[in-house]
Each structure stands twice: as structure tokens, then as C-alpha cells.
Design a protein. Sequence first.
Length: 260
Amino acid sequence: MVAFPPALSGAFVADPPLLRPVVKPERTVLLRARVRGSAWESAQTPLMFGFSPNGVIQQRAVQRIVGRESSETGVADRIDGEVSEAAGRYARAVFDLAKDAKQLEVVEQDFAKFAAAWKESAELRDVARSPLIDPVEKSRALVAVAEKLGVSDLGRKTIGAVAQNRRAAELPQIASAYRALVARDRGARQVEVIFAREPGEQEKNAVVAALGEKLGAKVEAEISVDESLIGGFIARVGSRQFDASVKAKLDALRLALKSA
């Protein structure tokens, strides 16, 4: 369970109460992976978020249930942005806190910074996804990386707590769900659009406008490129997908030829 209790004393720590986070250069921390026995891991309890009474976070308890099961084994093959139930609950809990603190856009930018590093660094992805790394060490490593990226205090606390609760592999999914919540709060719909090549401004605007008309709402699009699509694009809105890629058409043609 991830809980956001009223602050007691001191600043938030991304470790169990008796441990204090030691933020070290990320390169050093990333290489200090320790293998722990299953008995030690099963004894760990899900982390709690706590905030200083002197900070900008208002003293309010917000609880969101998240599963105790580890998601780090086997999650590496999932598509980034695909949201699990647990990721959705984490995103909602962070959204509630960020809204209370009037930091919705700040945390949105935090997730964008971390997402860019995630895409660029295979080492970062490997550390986040590895089930062999001590969750405390993993939390410290990811918080150190977030600090280097200029992520806010609330953003760092979120990343650290998610890592300690063995959900680091789902950070992209949590970020995606959070962006969707923020977009909806602004009266818009969050859409992921994947082009086969870098789109021009006119092409991008035309696709976004068409999606907005289809959805009957203002659209905030996150654009990415996947050359394996060959041509066209794929648009994802929550669990819905619009596939207008050349690859999809070729796959359909192959299927039709096989069944002919």
C-alpha cells in the first residue's frame, strides 16, 4: 500500500524510517547493485510518502491501494506507456498530491525529463527493471539521477518511493497515466501519436486536429517516432488504438493472402 500520511517531522525520506537516503553520483550508485535473499525482500513493507509541515505540500492524508506483488520481473517486455492498474493508482495518488500543492505542471515536467533520460539510457532502464538490485539501492540510484536532471522535490520523492515499492519498471506507465490525468484536468485528452518518421508541423497538426474531431475534445499529443511502422502513424488514447500505419496494412494484406 502506498500511503500519503499527515507529516510528522522532518523532510520526506525515500527509505524506511531508520534509513536516510544518501544521494551519491548516479554512476557510482548505479554500479552498486546488491543481490539480496528472498527472505529479506519479503520482509520489506511498501513505502510511505511523508512531507514536511513547513513545505508547500498541504497536510492531508491521501491513500491509494497498490498491490504488494513485485512487478519488476517480466515487465521489461511491456510497451512503455501501456498502463497497468497499479501504475494508474500510483499516478492518481501523485496527481492528488501535486494538485493540492499546485504543482501539476511541475511534476508533469519532471516526468518528461525522466522519460527523456529513460529513452536515452539503456543503463537506467536496466537498473530500473532488474529484480536483482536491492530496492533501497535502486531508490537511491534513481533519486540521484532525478536530482541531476533537475527534477523537483515532489518528483524525486515519487520516483524514490515507486522504486522502493518494487515498481520502478513501471515508471513510464505511471508517467503516462499521470499525463492523462493532468490533460483531463485541463479539459483535454492525452494522446500518444507514433509516426514512422519525424512529422512536419503541418502533418502533426492535421493528425492532432483529426483526432480531436474524432474524440470530440481538445487533444494534447505526445509525439514519438518508430521507423518500423514504415509509413503512417499509430494513435493511442487510453486503451483505444487507431492504427493508420503502413505496417498494419501490410500485415492485414499478408493475413488476407494466407487465408485466400
